[in-house]
Design a protein around this ligand. Structure first.
Ligand code: MN
Length: 501
């Protein structure tokens, strides 16, 4: 394992050097050296705890297209895998967004291009995020187009892959350029609301801590999260622009170790604070289609306010932030959960060495190293050799070779295991849709319910009230979600039949 780490260090270090040379003398519209863009892209990937190969490809992603490097050089220096990723990102950049009306067609092309390796998409998302962060330097007419493309294509994909960390920032940045006036309004509301509610929320969190401690719970952390600007805007519109009806601008969050503890915390909270009826959502027992898991409840906090509380395990929290990317990261074996703030990725171990390297070789990165300094602090947390040895060897892209991306007629993206059938797709949309599926079209053609769907297909489900699940369906579907819903339905039916008898 050690040798692998050393090898990986060398790989990223080499890519850093290579990219700097490949873009030597080039400037971005912001006036910064072009290399900064490569560096920032890799930095975002490192923040997602990607494998070194992905970080390497992030550093090199523009070195052929915009820099002076050749395919042969990259293959020779970094191998076929890195070259494949770099070419994939370049190709993806050429899939042009054609405006909302051709949204589905561009998404489709996009997904087909991405299909071979989801790492390509993650690099592209990181690339886009840095471009969005520096969008102010781009011509105004281009700003709008890029922002719209980000909001219509990239942010929903990041969300679909439940990389909320990226999705949130992509949404907020695009929103700012597409609807500047509304953006300002929402930022203002967030600010006012935060000033108004934060002191009360902090008090409430203290009370929760006390209540949990009184019940003998010690192994938990508390925090709060603030709603994103765009996410607030969306909710604002659905709630008829009544800000008083939005209770989750700030939400308390409690993370524990086990699922059992989640329910224990819920019980303790409900016994102390009255829940708002109809506001309890158990996404642990019934995860959202994108895999999100957490318990949400809204309670009367006792001081006249209403507070949303989110309860989840540490690993659920990690996955909710990093989503599909969390499957591509280094994980510790023997550790119950993946990630978490103190769970060091392998990557952080060698960052300080890159700092040294960049500091001695060039001044171009001046002003940037704060990120590295921040991360440079982290390796202290790796205390035992077990921590170091515990990294699981290989999860890589295999996981993603098993997934397909399918579209609804409205252009929503659904990801499913390879081999999924029409019925799996229907249940992935909603249990009600699944339960009443009577027919379906793939790319406009009628198909049977047991038809296998393929990457990039546009699938339309036709429902009828009279259609109902049958035992036969269990033999068709392969996803657990579909199986569970069908079983639930059949069990209910059976009970009803027995009652009638
Ligand atoms: Mn780029």
């Amino acid at each position: 394992m050690e040798s692998r780490t050393a090898e990986d260090k060398a790989l990223v270090k080499k890519a850093y050097d290579f990219a700097m040379k490949a873009h030597e003398g080039q400037l971005r519209k912001s006036g910064e050296p072009y290399f900064i863009h490569c560096f920032e892209t890799a930095k975002i990937l490192a923040g997602l705890k990607m494998y070194p190969v992905t970080i390497t490809a992030g550093l090199l992603h523009d070195s052929i297209e915009d820099g002076v490097a050749t395919e042969d050089e990259i293959r020779k220096e970094f191998g076929d895998e890195v070259l494949f990723l770099v070419n994939g990102v370049t190709k993806l950049g050429k899939v042009k967004y054609q405006g909302v009306e051709r949204h589905i067609e561009s998404l489709r092309k996009f997904l087909v291009a991405v299909a071979q390796d989801v790492r390509v998409l993650i690099i592209k998302l990181a690339d886009r995020l840095h471009n969005m962060r520096t969008l102010e330097y781009v011509r105004p007419d281009k700003q709008k187009r890029i922002a719209l493309e980000t909001l219509e294509v990239y942010a929903p994909l990041a969300d679909r892959l439940s990389i909320r960390k990226l999705a949130r920032e992509l949404e907020d940045l695009s929103f700012k350029y597409i609807h500047p006036k509304e953006y300002k309004e929402m930022v203002e509301i967030l600010k006012t609301k935060k000033e108004e509610t934060l002191p009360r929320l902090e008090k409430f969190i203290k009370a929760i801590k006390k209540a949990l401690a009184e019940d003998g719970m010690t192994n938990f952390t508390t925090d709060y999260r603030q709603k994103g600007v765009y996410s607030l805007y969306r909710k604002f519109k659905t709630k008829g622009s009544d800000i008083e009806k939005i209770y989750d601008i700030l939400a308390a969050r409690i993370c524990v170790e086990t699922v059992a503890d989640c329910y224990k915390v819920l019980g303790i909270i409900h016994s102390k604070w009255r829940p708002v009826p109809g506001k309890i959502k158990d996404y642990i027992a019934l995860p959202k289609p994108n895999g999100y898991r957490s318990i949400h409840t809204t309670v009367f906090s006792g001081d006249g306010s209403i507070v949303e509380v989110q309860i989840r395990t540490n690993s659920m929290h990690y996955v909710s932030e990093y989503g599909i990317a969390s499957h591509l990261t280094y994980k510790k074996s023997g550790s119950k959960h993946i990630g978490g703030d103190n769970d060091e990725s392998w990557f952080t171990q060698f960052l300080p060495k890159i700092v040294n390297y960049s500091n001695t070789s060039t001044n171009k990165t001046e002003g940037v190293p704060k990120w590295i300094k921040d991360l440079g602090e982290l390796p202290k947390n790796i205390k035992t050799s077990e921590d170091k040895d515990g990294f699981i060897e290989d999860l890589k892209a295999d996981f993603f070779n098993e997934r397909i991306f399918v579209l609804t007629p409205k252009g929503e993206v659904v990801d499913l295991p390879r081999g999924s059938k029409i019925l799996d797709f229907a249940y992935a949309i909603h249990s009600d849709v699944g339960d009443h599926t009577s027919g379906a079209k793939i790319n406009g053609k009628m198909v049977a319910l047991d038809t296998m769907i393929h990457n990039g297909d546009i699938v339309q489900i036709i429902t009828k009230d009279a259609s109902k699940p049958s035992a036969k369906w269990l033999g068709i579907v392969s996803t657990t979600m579909a199986k569970r819903h069908i079983n639930n339905y059949l069990e209910k039916q059976e009970k009803m039949v027995r009652k009638i008898k």
